[in-house]
Ligand binder design. Structure first.
Ligand code: GUN
Length: 293
């Protein structure tokens, strides 16, 4: 039987509806959540992501600020924008779109963001809190979105073997930390595999829940998946396709056709994890604003 698709769009719509209702409640108490999105340069994919975030804010009643700096912006210019946003009481969340241009020291920019406004959960203080499992801290948007997707599908990771493919600071590493938590919706046994792993497929084939976040198009083939596994595809890759209207199409890190013949549940790309990332960003902004109550 082919895999059942996990409809990330529909689940994100449910989450967003709840967020919009909570934003309205908070507004009635005199606080409108605000998110600032900073884009450095003119990378087309980053522009799309930033525009989508700003549009979603408007839909949910969240105030948004969009700051665009040129591709040759200096560190001093970026740090000045961050300092201004840190001091702005109408801004509860700050996100600097990654990756920045090469002259920008991303770690230094992240460290300059007020940890209470770090809705990405990239600041070392928040990464530390995540690892400790401190209640009430932020969780990074994409990893949190993955756990919420599983919860909505009735998949409890407790006691299951989760294999995370990829060790990025944005997805792989925080996802390992979240799945490991001694908490509801987590409690998994976790393996993380990456570019230096020997016999990577031996590990992926043992996964009850396989999460691909390695940034390589269609890297996970059908024979790397245990029959009946739940497969979550975090990848969004543009591949050339002359027959597509824009000259490219989007594929995940999982070979969709092959995976759909082996997995029990599978996220599509697009329409799987992507919408959840933005939904979680909106929730983190709401959470940051609530701290002002
Ligand atoms: N680039 C790709 N994903 C993300 C994200 O979650 N946050 C930021 N700031 N940049 C990204």
């Amino acid at each position: 039987m082919p895999a059942t698709l996990i409809d990330g769009k529909a689940i994100a719509a449910e989450v967003n509806a709840a967020t919009a209702a909570e934003v309205a409640e908070l507004a009635a108490r005199g606080i409108q959540p605000g998110l600032a999105v900073v884009l450095i340069g003119d990378d087309p994919a980053s522009q799309v992501y930033v525009n989508t975030k700003v549009r979603k804010c408007a839909e949910l009643g969240i105030h948004s600020v969009r700051r665009v700096l040129s591709a040759d912006a200096t560190m001093a210019e970026v740090l000045a924008v961050v300092a201004e946003l840190n001091a702005d009481p109408a801004v509860h969340g700050i996100l600097v779109q990654s990756p920045p241009p090469p002259q920008i020291d991303e770690a230094a920019i992240i460290a300059a963001i007020d940890p209470n406004k770090d809705v990405d959960c990239f600041h070392p203080v928040n990464v530390g809190k995540l690892l400790i499992g401190e209640p009430g801290g932020f969780a990074p948007c994409t990893p949190r979105g993955v756990l919420v997707l599983l919860e909505h599908c009735g998949v409890d990771p407790a006691g299951k073997h989760v294999v995370v493919v990829g060790r990025s600071n944005i997805v792989g590493k925080p996802l390992v930390a979240l799945f490991l938590q001694k908490a509801k919706g987590a409690n998994a046994t976790v393996t993380c595999v990456h570019s230096a792993t020997v016999d990577l497929a031996e590990h992926t084939r043992r996964a009850d829940i396989l999460v691909a976040a390695i940034g390589k198009p269609e890297y996970i083939r059908g024979d790397m998946i245990k029959p009946g596994a739940v497969v979550i595809d975090v990848g969004i890759n543009r591949v050339r396709d002359e027959s597509a209207p824009r000259g490219y199409r989007l594929v995940g890190d999982v070979h969709f056709e092959e995976a759909s013949r082996v997995a029990s549940l599978l996220t599509p790309v697009p329409g799987g994890v992507g919408p959840m990332t933005i939904a979680m960003l909106m929730r983190n902004t709401l959470q940051a604003a609530r701290r002002n109550l």
